[in-house]
Each structure stands twice: as C-alpha cells, then as structure tokens.
Design a protein around this ligand. Sequence first.
Ligand code: AMP
Ligand code: MG
Length: 398
Amino acid sequence: MNKGLLSVDEALVQLLAGAAPVCGIEDVPALEASGRILARAQRSTMDVPPMDNSSMDGYAVRSTDGNSKLRVSQKIMAGSVGKPLEPGTAARIFTGAPMPPGADAVVIQEETQVEGELVSLKKKARPGDWVRYVGSDIRRDSEILPAGKRLLPQDTGLAASVGIKTLPVFRRVRLGLFFTGDELVMPGEPLAPGRIYNSNRFTLRGLAQAFDCEVRDYGIVPDSLEATREVLRRAAHECDLVVTSGGVSVGDADYVKPAVEAEGRLLMWRIAMKPGRPLAFGRIGNAAFIGLPGNPVSSFVTFLIFVRPFLLRTQGLQHVEPKAIAARADFDWLEPDARQEFLRAKWNAQGGLELYPTQDSAVLTSTAWADGLIDNPAAHAIRRGETVRFLPYAELLS
Ligand code: AMP
Ligand code: MG
C-alpha cells in the first residue's frame, strides 16, 4: 500500500542527517536573551545566596539561648548588615536580610510576643530554622545553564542572579518563506472567482516566529518555473533554510520540484503520512530547503513534524523529539489510512481526547479547534478507551 513512500521516521532520519547548527555566536544582553539558544555552558562565579540570610520576617537568635525572653538589640533589613549578636539578645530581622554573626536560627514573628524592648519566644529555636545558607541554591563554579538550551525567562533570571550581564547565543536562523500558487491573494485584496486567500502565509510565518527565527518572507510566487527558480535562488542566497508551500505535487502547475532540481539538489519526495504526503527536501548552495504541501492542514502538520526538528537542530539544539503524552481516546476511529496519521484532537472535560469530526487536509478549522495531534500508526483503528500517542501543541511549538 505504501510502496515507494518513505515512512515518517525514515524521512526524519534523512532530514536530520542534513541539519547542521548555525556557526555564528553572538553576545547578547541577558535581558534580551530569552528565547535564544545558549551557545556555551554558563558557570557561576559566586555562591547564591551570597551570605546566610533569613527566609522569613522574625527574630534572629542564638538557639542555645532557648526560649527565654531576649532583649532586641538591633534591626536588620534586607540590604543592610547587622552587628555580632550578643548572647541573650535577638535581632529583629526581615526576609533576605543577612544573619548577624553569632545567630544560628530565626524565630518567625508569628511565634513571638513583643513586650517593649523584649521579645519572648513561644517555641525553642533549633539551629538552622528559617535560615538560607550561603551557596545553598548555587555553589561557586557550578554549571548553571548547559550549552544548547533554549533560554527561558527564568534562565535569564538565573544568569542575572549570579551577576551575568551578557550571554553567548547562536545567531538567529534566517528562515525564508514563499508561497506558490496563481490562485492566492492576500486578505484585503479582492477575491476574484477561483481565488483563495493565502492562509499559509499567516500560519507558517507565525510558526517561524514562534521558533524565534529571523523570517524573510518572499510572498506569493506565481506558478511558473522561471519565477520559482528566481525566488528560490534569491532566498537560498539570503537564508539558512527555505520553506515553501504548495507546488510540490506532480500536477501541471507544480514547479517547486523542477526548480529545486535546477538550482540545487532534491533529496527526497513522498512520505507515508496523512496529511502531507508530498514533501520535498533539498539543498541549494548553503541553504537547506523544505517544500511543504499547499493544503493548509498539511503544511501546518508537516511544519510541526519535519521543519520543527530540522529547525531546532539548525538552531543548535540536540534534543528535538517532541515529548508525547499517553492519552485516552474518547472516540472511535475505525477507518484509518494506510499511512501514518496525525489527527487533530482536543482534550475534553473528562481528561480524554475528542477528534475533530472532519480530518480532511483542507479543513483548517480542525487545526485551530485542536489542542494537538494524535500520532496514529499506519492502518491502526482506534477504539474508544484505547491509549493513544498525543502530541500537544505546547510541546510541538517549543
Ligand atoms: P498545491 O500543493 O500547490 O497543489 O496546493 C494544494 C491545495 O492547497 C490547493 O487547493 C491550493 O489552492 C491550496 N493552497 C496552496 N497554497 C496555499 C496557501 N498559501 N494558502 C492556502 N491554501 C493554499
Ligand atoms: Mg499549487
């Protein structure tokens, strides 16, 4: 049934073998590094916290003083430094303030009673109570961030917490996009009979941006070999990766394949998946090329399944396989395709998955309605209650 077709896994292996990380590394302010890929591991040159400090508002004490009444000898706010604590006294202390020398515990204010200059402790303090020790979060010289990680906002905060001001990141991948089809018009233009809106431009550009690419959008390219070759040449010259939509079937108006063959090399062609059978992978000069099918659902799904991992590798990430969730199917899918399917599905209130009623690759509504894709093996019928492999959008978009 799948004669002459490549499986998704085979295609991925071939595709990823051709992906190399971009070489350029740039130093960017840590304040602007969120979303970028860290090029070199970062170590801390200091202990965090840098000093023993109180984790609560209360009184710093010597635990050996027991729960006697103590004279309040000083007040230590975050940002200031106290004096050594004499036996029989307590220091009023606030969250984050350094422990005064001699004190070894904090009694939280809820467990004290204040009478003028004196504070009595309702409970005996044990050494270490409510104290954050120097280096208890981060030890000096330890690695805080590994190379090849996409920086989350909290990663940049972590870097800042050890005083790092700039971070070395891989330069952004330049991703070129163009959209083939004489039928395409942009929203805002009149829709003549037979024309359709170029929805893929919105979907694919948004996806490229979600992965923090530097997008070069070459717009709509008419269905002609010359026009396709010309844009392909220009895009390949200016970009690391060129992604196109449409024109990769074998119809009369499909010029992407011959254009790539004329300008570079075309490495593979038909994939045993639904949606998205026609997919082209190639190389033009230094740029990689991935030609997605024109059907809106197909181009969306093939971007997530193929362009995503390729792009992540190009960006400098090692682990590119999406983490799937084992989820319960609350539906029957009794007429599976002979090819591996990616079904648009959504969580229901019972924690199971529902299927969008139409799985046609032209119905873009399904992609907007869904929470992710069920990865269904070739020719596999799904019965209600069965466990399926679910790829949530949240995972596919990171
Ligand atoms: P193609 O792969 O060029 O044969 O296109 C397959 C189907 O997808 C056709 O119905 C096209 O009209 C449609 N299509 C192609 N490109 C786009 C696009 N950019 N936006 C929306 N639909 C498209
Ligand atoms: Mg077309």
